[in-house]
Design a protein around this ligand. Structure first.
Ligand code: NI
Length: 161
């Protein structure tokens, strides 16, 4: 495994809509392993392929000790509302509250190309939505309703995604 360079806001790759993966290859599996290492070292609780310069629909998430690697994640059900302070490895220095769905159901593929379905609530749901936004070229700061709530990072409270 290798640690990858994380792109920072301003890089055009972060604004692109990432392409769906047609077939999960060995190269994708290596990318996923490298993304997991990069996320853990950062440290963060989620990482999307465009953040490491690959415009393909792949995310990794690590919440409450559980690791999720999802290829072509798609939200098929959503309900409720939740808002918490989010940060992002690609948007250094700031954090802000973002309104998200409290519960979602995601379909996609695992790192071996096998179909998977994940039900996510609360923090896990927030992290998945943040990562899927990255695949659509959306950074969390663009979803902040009240810009006056954008503040400098407070490591104690924020979730770095
Ligand atoms: Ni992020």
């Amino acid at each position: 495994m290798a640690k990858l360079k994380i792109l920072i806001q301003g890089n055009p790759i972060l604004k692109k809509k990432a392409k769906a993966v047609k077939k999960v290859t060995k190269d994708h599996q290596k990318l996923i392993d490298d993304m997991v290492e990069t996320m853990i070292v950062a440290p963060g609780v989620g990482l999307a392929a465009p953040q490491v310069g690959v415009s393909e629909r792949i995310i990794v998430v690590l919440v409450e000790g559980q690791l999720y690697c999802v290829v072509n994640p798609k939200i098929i059900k959503k309900s409720g509302k939740i808002a918490c302070y989010e940060g992002c490895l690609s948007v250094p220095l700031v954090e802000a509250p973002v309104e998200r769905f409290k519960s979602i159901c995601i379909k996609g593929m695992d790192k071996f190309g096998k179909p998977i379905t994940i039900n996510a609530q609360d923090l896990l749901s927030v992290v998945f939505q943040h990562e899927i936004d990255h695949l659509d070229g959306i950074l969390f700061v663009e979803r902040v309703k009240d810009p006056s709530l954008i503040r400098l990072k407070d490591q104690k409270e924020e979730i770095i995604i």
